[in-house]
Design a binder for this molecule. Structure first.
Ligand SMILES: C=C1C[C@]23C[C@@]1(O)CC[C@H]2[C@@]12CC[C@H](O)[C@@](C)(C(=O)O1)[C@H]2[C@@H]3C(=O)O
Ligand SMILES: O=C(O)CCC(=O)C(=O)O
Ligand SMILES: [Fe+2]
Length: 356
């Protein structure tokens, strides 16, 4: 099922595609159909929206209330949960390589001990905060595993849990990220001069269109994103056009990460995306980044390797990939550094054996 996204305004960088389509997958439909749609969407976009996903509304609402309470605190209070190392509270600065965005955020590890420890500097009621996050993590992890099992089935992998077991592992390095993009009004009041005619404001507003979170792909296996009713998320298509994703608080956006692109030997694409922060209302989003344990080995699935499709990527550990990620800029294509270099040679060699 595919629905058109609404016509979007012009972004400062490139024009956003008009009436583009984003796949919406109803998880309550027949399993055989669902897995086919998921595979197709992951190959074409690396991105899709899921509805009837089974995550209780009260679980997401409880999480969002905690996030709202935290971001409403004074800067002094919030800084007690920072600086992001990379876990913790951060504002404007993203990562360690000089990237910036119109965003403040909280990054947490999904490990319950880590959440419990961190919550002391985040909330006046740490056990309430911890339990809201733990409940949310459990729900989204289950949803992510369900989607990963459907992907494995759809790819005819020998073991349907080949992806999900990485994020089910107690040592999984999965993260929760809460992002808060202040409203355009809040941060740009000074730019509005009521003595100037409307078209001037219009121009000003366009010029002031801001990047909330710059273009990038997510390094992990799979991302589940949920936001309030404020849009801003855009995804990049294979042809380079940007598509605005309409906001839908009741749905989850699913994003293929770099690790899943590597494990599927490039069949699934890790979607490039960004967030524009131009709304009159503040955007709040919650991401679950499903990641492998640090010492897990990542390599293309043998089932997806053939003579025509030799391995595109070399084997690497998540630890190694994560290190590379943090040494690079937000928008850098890090997976390129893990390409198998002897592709051509390997291919010829196999031909020789087959022919012998
Ligand atoms: C600039 C950076 C921030 C980031 C680590 C990096 O060096 C490059 C990838 C960024 C990213 C994007 C997806 C997630 O939001 C994130 C937590 C991740 O795993 O990779 C962030 C990193 C971050 O903000 O710490
Ligand atoms: O805040 C959002 O909606 C998306 C942010 C994002 O892509 C990220 O944190 O990796
Ligand atoms: Fe992202």
């Amino acid at each position: 099922m595919v629905v058109p996204s609404p016509i979007s305004s012009t972004s400062p960088i490139e024009s956003v595609i008009l009436g583009a389509e984003i796949p919406v997958i109803d998880l309550s439909k027949k399993r055989s159909q669902v897995r086919e749609m998921i595979v197709k969407a992951s190959e074409e976009y690396g991105f899709f929206k899921v509805i009837n996903h089974g995550v209780a509304k009260q679980t997401t609402e409880k999480m969002e209330r905690e996030a709202t309470d935290f971001f409403a605190k004074s800067p002094l209070e919030k800084h007690k949960a920072g600086p992001p190392n990379p876990l913790g509270y951060g504002i404007k600065n993203i990562g360690f390589s000089g990237d910036k965005g119109e965003v403040e955020y909280l990054i947490l590890h999904t490990n319950p001990q880590s959440i419990s420890q961190r919550s002391k500097s985040i909330s006046k009621d740490p056990s309430k905060f911890s339990s809201a996050v733990n409940e949310y993590v459990e729900a989204v992890r289950n949803l992510a595993c369900e989607i990963l099992d459907l992907m494995a089935e759809g790819l005819w992998a020998q073991d349907n849990t080949v992806f999900s077991r990485l994020i089910r592992d107690v040592d999984s390095d999965s993260l929760i990220r809460l992002n808060h993009y202040p409203s355009f009004k809040d941060t740009n009041l000074d730019d509005w001069d009521p003595s100037l005619p409307y078209h001037h404001h219009h121009h000003l507003k366009k010029r002031k269109t801001r990047i909330g979170f710059g273009e990038h792909s997510d390094p992990q296996i799979l991302t589940l994103l949920r936001s309030n009713d404020v849009e801003g998320l855009q995804i990049s298509l294979k042809n380079g056009a940007w598509v605005s994703v309409p906001s839908d608080p009741s749905a989850f956006c699913v994003n293929v990460g770099d690790v899943l692109q590597a494990m599927t030997n490039g069949r699934f694409i890790s979607a490039r995306h960004r967030v524009m922060a131009n709304s009159a209302k503040a955007r709040m989003s919650t991401m679950y980044f499903g990641a492998p344990p640090l010492h897990a080995w990542i390599a293309p699935l043998p089932e997806l390797i053939t003579l025509e499709n030799p391995p595109l990527y070399r084997a690497f550990t998540w630890c190694e990939y994560k290190k590379a990620t943090y040494s690079l800029r937000l928008g850098d294509g890090r997976l390129d550094r893990f390409r198998a270099h002897d592709q051509h040679h390997h291919h010829r060699h196999e031909h020789t054996i087959v022919a012998a």
